[in-house]
Design a protein around this ligand. Structure first.
Ligand SMILES: NC(=O)c1ccc[n+]([C@@H]2O[C@H](COP(=O)([O-])OP(=O)(O)OC[C@H]3O[C@@H](n4cnc5c(N)ncnc54)[C@H](O)[C@@H]3O)[C@@H](O)[C@H]2O)c1
Length: 485
């Protein structure tokens, strides 16, 4: 007998405790302790999940319900999330390693997605188009069909909600493929959907290996649309799979986001924002602000202040709500450690050289935050997505130089600008090739209303806000010729 929970697959109204690719294991990144086992889907279960989603979409009650009734069920999902926020947050911190306050944010933000898109479900209007005498013409927004959501490990609960809420609001059925590193809270998500009264088959859960279950799903002829959130190399594989049956994709990929700090900024306000921008969830955030462009006159002061702030940070297990938790696993820690070597070659590594030695941290995937100076924006440390807590500080003399440096990147997800001069802020913001510009701020609270997504290698399509609904809708035009008899 074991007390380790087993995360099943959920296909239609069935909960499968066995799959044709065996069982996977998920561990607490802070201690290495086993958190859960999960059933891994193979081809048979992938086919079952797609068939269940197809049946729910093609013949189920969801599309026949009035939109406001669908909206009420979605809002009920949000309410149930809030009612269970303690339980979900603790599970999320144990499975992903993130500090408890960030897991609470995940749950609260997920509930906001369901409130927001629940409210939008009955407002998905088409338009009427003037063709001239004897014609009537209008558009209707129809759901795209079966929508596949491939999820990374950094925000396992919130990133499901971010894509699934608008997909359901638009009338789609969904299949969720969580990361093999963080399968736990996806099951809580599906249980809440069932409890809220979502018709069976609309939300299906397929855990498994990316290279097997993920690939089979992305290639499946029964899938009509894919929302992928993850790394660029995997995203490229998913795009090739999607091309094999010509389905549209929303791609939310990586980043190397710039923060631009001018000498006139209020440092007491800006520096905590800048530090949080690259340290949140141990730097494992797609929009982490890992390149700091600093006006040269304040470079040394800023480095000194950041050094003091970062050195004082307390590391610990996610459930203890430390300043910073661990990386996702020791394999990823090796990758991040390799970047500390890269930092030494490309510039000067002021902080982060040694792994933490405290006995309480010995079994976890902990690293210290890294601070790099003297590296050019063209070096690897300033160019590659590390997905760890390393900040590269680069001085500039003019606003034009800061803009050029910020834009000189393969990525274009978000950017931060810190200044008390609004003309400078808006002028610089206009020139940045990114999907979102933060001025005297960086990152989100519970703001789900605005669009989010990347330029360049950071992807395409938009999540959040009303813009996200477009990915889950098709536009049908109806034209009637009605000449007077
Ligand atoms: N832009 C955003 O909104 C956003 C948000 C969070 C994370 N990210 C990015 O995610 C990355 C980190 O997450 P990760 O390491 O889990 O990413 P990853 O690319 O390794 O995996 C993402 C998902 O793809 C699946 N997968 C792997 N191979 C597959 C295949 N061949 N076919 C289909 N699916 C496959 C994985 O199992 C996982 O569920 C970073 O690059 C980060 O920037 C982006």
């Amino acid at each position: 007998m074991t007390d380790t929970p087993l995360i099943p697959l959920v296909v239609g109204n069935r909960t499968l405790t066995e799959g044709s690719d065996g069982v996977g294991r998920s561990f607490d990144p802070a201690t290495g302790a086993l958190v859960a086992e999960y059933v891994r889907a193979g081809e048979a279960e992938v086919n079952m999940a797609v068939a269940a989603a197809r049946e729910a979409f093609d013949n189920g009650p969801w599309r026949r319900m009035r939109p406001f009734e669908r909206g009420r069920i979605l809002q009920r999902i949000g309410e149930l999330m809030l009612a269970r926020r303690d339980e979900i947050a603790i599970k999320e911190s144990t499975d992903s390693g993130k500090p408890l306050r960030d897991s609470y944010w995940e749950v609260d933000c997920s509930a906001r997605f369901f409130e927001f898109y629940g409210g939008a479900a009955d407002k998905l209007h088409g338009s009427s188009i003037p063709l001239g005498p004897d014609w009537s013409d209008w558009t209707v927004k129809e759901p795209v069909g079966v929508s596949l959501h491939i999820i990374p490990w950094n925000y396992p609960f919130q990133l499901i909600a971010r894509g699934v809420a608008p997909a359901l609001a638009a009338g789609c059925a969904v299949i969720i493929k969580p990361s093999a590193d963080t399968p736990v809270t996806a099951y809580e998500f599906v249980k809440i959907c069932r409890e809220a009264g979502l018709p069976e088959g609309l939300v299906n859960l397929v855990n498994g290996r990316g290279s097997l279950a993920g690939d089979l799903l992305a290639r499946h002829q029964g899938v009509d649309q894919i929302t992928f959130t993850g790394s660029v190399p995997t995203g490229e594989r998913v795009l090739i799979a999607a091309a094999s049956h010509a389905v549209p994709c929303n791609m939310e990929l990586g980043g190397k986001s710039p923060q631009i700090l001018f000498a006139d900024a209020d440092l007491d306000k800006s520096l905590p924002i800048i530090a949080g921008g690259f340290l949140t969830h141990c730097g494992q955030v797609c929009n982490a602000g890992t390149r700091l462009f600093v006006e040269r006159s304040i470079h040394d002061t800023v480095v000194e202040k950041l050094h003091a702030r970062i050195s004082a940070m307390k590391l610990g297990a996610g459930v203890d709500d430390p300043d910073m938790g661990p990386l996702i696993n020791k394999g990823h820690r090796q990758d991040v450690e390799a970047y500390y070597e890269v930092a030494r070659k490309d510039g000067e590594l002021l902080l982060g050289a040694e792994l933490p030695t405290a006995p309480a941290l010995a079994d976890g995937a902990f690293v210290r935050p890294g601070l790099v100076v003297g590296a050019d924006n063209r070096t690897r440390i300033a160019r590659e997505e590390i997905f760890g807590p390393i900040l590269t500080v680069i001085p500039f003399d003019t606003a034009a130089e800061a803009v050029d440096g910020a834009n000189d990147s393969p990525f274009g997800l978000v950017a931060g600008i810190h200044t008390t001069n609004i003309n400078k802020a808006l002028g610089v913001g206009e020139k940045l090739r990114v999907g979102q510009v933060w001025i005297n701020s960086f990152g989100v609270g519970l703001d789900v209303e605005f669009p989010f997504g990347g330029y360049k290698l950071s992807g395409y399509g938009r999540e959040k806000g009303l813009e996200a609904l477009a990915a889950y809708q098709q536009v049908k035009n109806i034209a009637i010729h009605h000449p007077m008899p």
